[in-house]
Ligand binder design. Structure first.
Ligand code: EPU
Length: 424
């Protein structure tokens, strides 16, 4: 098993190109199941999670070709009779559940191994299933699998989400384009990835209406066709490199990003003393000598994203003062804290709050990541720590960051990947 080794304390300087967004690519790939034909994608990130989703499409009979340079084609002309998302794939990636909506819309049935809990919380999919039921699907659970069926098709209805759910909204959008009549999604997520999916569905011939609020109106039953789609830039990768500049007092130009998708993050880093300049598709950030403290609370978009909480905490761990971080989305997303303690951070946890007392320096240590963004935060911390930081279980990073060590090396970090001779 690989690990990432970082010799910290170097100021980062230079340009990094931002990849396509994992969380936009996954629903977009799932959406190809909605109608037969050949879809062409560009700017697809080279990530483990994307490979898992393409594997899943292949299991369902799709012909998927990774052409290189971020180009992927998916032909969904012929699907297998028993379109089923098996345990082995769902287990490694919860976003596999995104195939439920499109299969239900196209075939009137879908079957998925029910995802269990994961490193950041329980993460049920009850709201997805309740939404499908509202549209007329029957849901049953059998031997760990969810069966959804609507032999006579789905019918448009009003769906109210009890909580804002990103993939839940995406799943319901995809189911609703295949329903008869109009579906209204209330308390829908409005993350950029959700809006991107709405645009993709409209390019395919669907009628998805969204006016920037938490209500989405979908007129179902339109004839769908394949489309050519370019994946939007990854706002979490953008934010993670912003954190890397902030913590090293560095200067980075992030090319090919969308600054309007990271406004809450930009404002928070500005509060920490960073200087940010931006254009339509680029952003430049200069880190301060020492970060200033800032309180951070995660909430659905456009608030500060939970996917940036751990990386922001790494920066605040070195701030000149105390900050409070509040995680309001997931109940267990503080797994990085105990690892940061090992690097000398002074953080106290109480319920959904983390009290971060900035220290003057962090020191390199062996650390182990338990989820994707926690791993990224340990890399960020390692960039500023004195001595060597070894981040184990790098497969989490490979799920969501394209060639992270190469990108950081190009801007001056001393970071490399090492084979773990003693995997555990
Ligand atoms: N929830 C329920 N029931 C449901 C669905 C969600 O109780 O049926 C709860 C969750 O447990 C959580 C909250 O609602 O407490 C919000 O979860 P959401 O459904 O929005 O999360 P998700 O759709 O499973 C996506 C991203 C995550 C990101 C969250 C929040 C994808 C593929 N994943 O997950 O990304 O953290 O939204 O923004 O889009 C990551 O990239 O590292 C990652 C975890």
């Amino acid at each position: 098993m690989d690990k990432i080794v970082i010799e910290g304390g170097r100021r980062l300087e230079g340009e990094i190109r931002i990849a396509g967004a994992k969380n936009a690519a996954l629903p977009a790939l799932a959406a190809t199941l909605l109608c037969p034909g050949r879809f062409a994608f560009s700017n697809v990130p080279d990530l483990k999670d994307v490979d898992t989703m393409t594997e899943l499409l292949k299991v369902m009979g799709a012909d998927v070709k990774k052409e290189g340079g971020g180009v992927v084609t998916v032909d969904t002309e012929n699907l297998t009779a028993d379109c089923e998302a098996p345990y082995d794939l769902v287990r490694t990636m919860r976003a596999s559940c995104l195939v439920l909506g499109p299969l239900l819309a196209r075939l009137g049935r879908s079957r998925l191994s029910l995802p269990g809990g994961c490193a950041i919380g329980e993460r049920p999919i009850n709201l997805h299933l309740k939404g499908f039921q509202t549209l007329g699907a029957e849901i049953s659970l059998e031997e760990g699998y969810v069966n959804a069926s609507a032999p006579d098709g789905l019918s448009g209805r009003k769906v109210y989400f009890d909580l804002v759910t990103v993939t839940g909204t995406e799943n319901l959008m995809m189911a609703a384009v295949g329903a008869k009549g109009t579906t209204i999604l209330e308390n829908a997520a409005k993350e950029p990835e959700v809006v991107f999916l709405a645009e993709m569905l409209n390019k395919m011939g669907a009628d998805v209406r969204w006016a920037g609020t938490d209500r989405m109106v979908i007129v179902g039953g339109k004839e769908l066709r394949p489309a050519e789609i370019s994946i939007i830039p990854d706002r979490v990768e953008t934010g993670t490199f912003m954190a890397a500049a902030a913590i090293t007092g560095g200067h980075l130009r992030l090319a090919g990003c969308n600054p309007s998708h990271v406004e809450a993050v930009t404002l928070k880093f500005a509060e920490m003393g960073c200087k940010v300049a931006e254009g339509r598709d680029w952003l430049e950030i200069t880190g301060p000598k020492r970060p200033q403290p800032a309180d951070v609370e995660t909430n659905p978009y456009p608030s500060f994203p939970t996917d940036m909480q751990a990386q922001a905490m790494a920066v605040l761990a070195l701030a000149d003062g105390a900050s409070v971080v509040t995680e309001s989305i997931f109940e267990n997303r503080y797994m990085h804290v105990a690892e940061m303690w090992r690097m000398g951070a002074n953080i106290t946890l109480k319920g959904k709050n983390a009290f971060v007392h900035g220290v003057e320096k962090l020191s390199g240590a062996q650390v182990m990541a338990t989820d994707l963004r926690a791993s990224a935060s340990l890399v960020v911390a390692g960039l500023a720590a004195s001595g060597k930081t070894r981040v184990r279980r790098v497969y989490h990073l490979d799920r969501g960051y394209e060639h992270i060590e190469e990108k950081l090396r190009k801007v001056g970090a001393k970071i490399f990947r090492q084979r773990d001779k003693n995997p555990k």
